[in-house]
Design a protein around this ligand. Structure first.
Ligand code: FAD
Length: 456
């Protein structure tokens, strides 16, 4: 016999855990959280590397210092999470060429300014002519581009920074407008996920600091959702069946785009079309440990850029001395095609490529990395990418369709956040929004039932 409950939540990332907490606070206790992995957290994930804790997924609390307080910043403060201020803006003054020369700051800043202006101009033109054929745009994830295709290594590097980092979203960026422009790197041995554990502890039973509540089931890969007017049957790959009045599905847009979960009856066309129209960004932080540091430290030096003739080739670097002094760790970020390429090769090969780039920048005498860590978000079948990336001209309908429930299946997660998709706070707020909508639906259903009974 299937196990019965009011609500099954698929996924124990921050959106799923938040949704469960809101339901519990509103008296809905018979909830089951089914998580495919052997841990909670999803894309918030720490690992021990080179003597410190590094964040394979979300690393920053973005949007701090504004008029409104970022709710994730509040959670971080309540749980005394150690963070340190990050200032990306200096990266543009630390651009190295292949011979290890730093581009004079005037040239770098000037190219940067031109690229930004050009991108904005192009956008404005397009805004005034929204009928322009989107398929003509090049394959950048954000689909912003500069008028003249970038050609030189410095232009390519700046184009990469603009489109795969800072301006991957359209200005004005709601996160900065609403919560402020400052960003803080989480540098806490307990990891970013400590926030989540703190939250889970408020409504799930724990023993010895571990969640021991039977309502959270790990290693449960949901493979099928059979839904009807009366309820949902949830089937897992290990043959378990759960029967619920409602399901909250928090898996990433990348997972929704695959066939990991089948729906019976199938999802309607408007839903599947919306899901396939949202891009997923792959963003990979590769960690390298060294016997000693050989890169410049001090104010304005945390981030540096490598200008190569191939776009996105080991372009964006960060040292971890601000977060963990003496850790001797460098992080290089790759995205999309480059992420997929390195995920497919051995870590040894990736280390060799990264060392060659570092030797171009800092000379041949630098030591070899003693360890490397390469997260594989793209090949993780429970993620299939890092975060959603809406097309530039998001029509409202697309976001509405992505988050709209289908019968008794409710959708949540960062990709359903209209203003903050791609961020931890987007996922957190979506968990609140979805569970609030479900509570409303449950109330309405109860009222309907009472009315019908009194009618009979
Ligand atoms: P998830 O955390 O993905 O939770 C979904 C859960 O569903 C997962 O635990 C998954 O295992 C589970 N699941 C999947 N399929 C199944 C199944 N079939 N059955 C059962 N369970 C299933 N955000 C920031 O704010 N700042 C940053 O600096 C930042 N950097 C990032 C860097 C990287 C590399 C990545 C990957 C993400 C980053 N993000 C950042 C984004 C942020 O991590 C996410 O927006 C957020 O954590 C998503 O939470 P979620 O609950 O929506 O999804």
């Amino acid at each position: 016999n299937p196990t019965r409950c009011s609500v099954v939540i698929v996924g124990a990332g921050i959106s799923g855990i938040t949704a469960a907490k809101v339901l519990a606070e509103n008296g809905v206790d018979d909830v089951l959280i089914l998580e495919a992995a052997d841990r909670i957290g999803g894309r918030i994930r720490k690992e021990h590397f080179g003597g410190v804790t590094v964040e394979l997924g979300a690393g920053w609390i973005a949007g701090v210092g504004g008029k409104q307080s970022n709710p994730v910043w509040e959670l971080a403060r309540q749980s005394n999470l150690r963070t340190c201020f990050s200032d990306y803006s200096n990266a543009r003054y630390n651009i190295y060429d292949r011979s290890g020369k730093i581009f004079p700051s005037g040239v770098a800043a000037d190219s940067y300014q031109k690229a930004v202006e050009s991108a904005i101009q192009k956008l404005r033109k397009q805004e005034s002519n929204p009928d322009v054929d989107d398929s003509l745009l090049p394959e950048t994830p954000s689909k912003i581009f500069i008028c003249r295709a970038p050609k030189t290594p410095i232009e390519l590097a700046i184009d990469f920074i603009l489109h795969d980092f800072e301006m991957a979203e359209v200005e004005p960026i709601s996160t900065y407008v609403d919560f402020g422009e400052r960003e803080f790197l989480v540098a806490d041995e307990r990891g970013y996920e400590h926030l989540l554990h703190k939250m889970a502890e408020t409504f799930l039973v724990t023993s010895d600091g571990e969640i021991s509540d039977a309502r959270l089931k790990l290693n449960k890969v949901v493979g099928e959702l059979q839904h009807s007017r009366n309820g949902v049957l949830v089937k897992t790959e290990d043959g378990c069946v759960y029967e619920a009045n409602y399901v909250i599905l928090s898996v990433s847009i990348g997972v929704l785009q695959t066939h990991l979960i089948s729906f019976s009856p199938p999802l309607p066309r408007w839903k599947t079309e919306a899901i396939s129209n949202c891009d997923i960004m792959v963003y990979t932080k590769v960690f390298l440990k060294f016997p000693h540091k050989f890169w410049p430290c001090g104010p304005g030096k945390e981030f540096f850029i490598y200008a190569h003739e191939r776009r996105g080739y080991y372009t964006f670097w960060q040292h971890m001395e601000n977060a963990y002094p003496g850790s001797n760790i460098l992080v290089v970020t790759l995205t999309n095609g480059e992420s997929k390429r390195i995920e497919a090769q051995s870590d040894h090969e990736t280390k060799k490529e990264a060392m060659e780039v570092l030797r171009n920048m800092f000379g041949h005498d630098i030591p070899d990395a003693t360890d490397i860590l390469v997260p594989r978000w793209w090949n993780n079948r429970f993620q299939r990418g890092s975060y959603s990336n809406y097309p530039i001209y998001v029509n409202r309908q697309l976001v509405d369709d992505i988050k709209a429930p289908v019968g008794r299946i409710f959708f949540t997660g960062e990709h359903t956040s209209e203003k903050f998709s791609g961020y931890v706070h987007g996922a957190y707020l979506s968990g609140i929004e979805t569970s609030t909508a479900l509570l409303e639906e449950m109330r309405t259903e109860k009222e309907r039932r009472i009315e019908n009974q009194s009618f009979l």
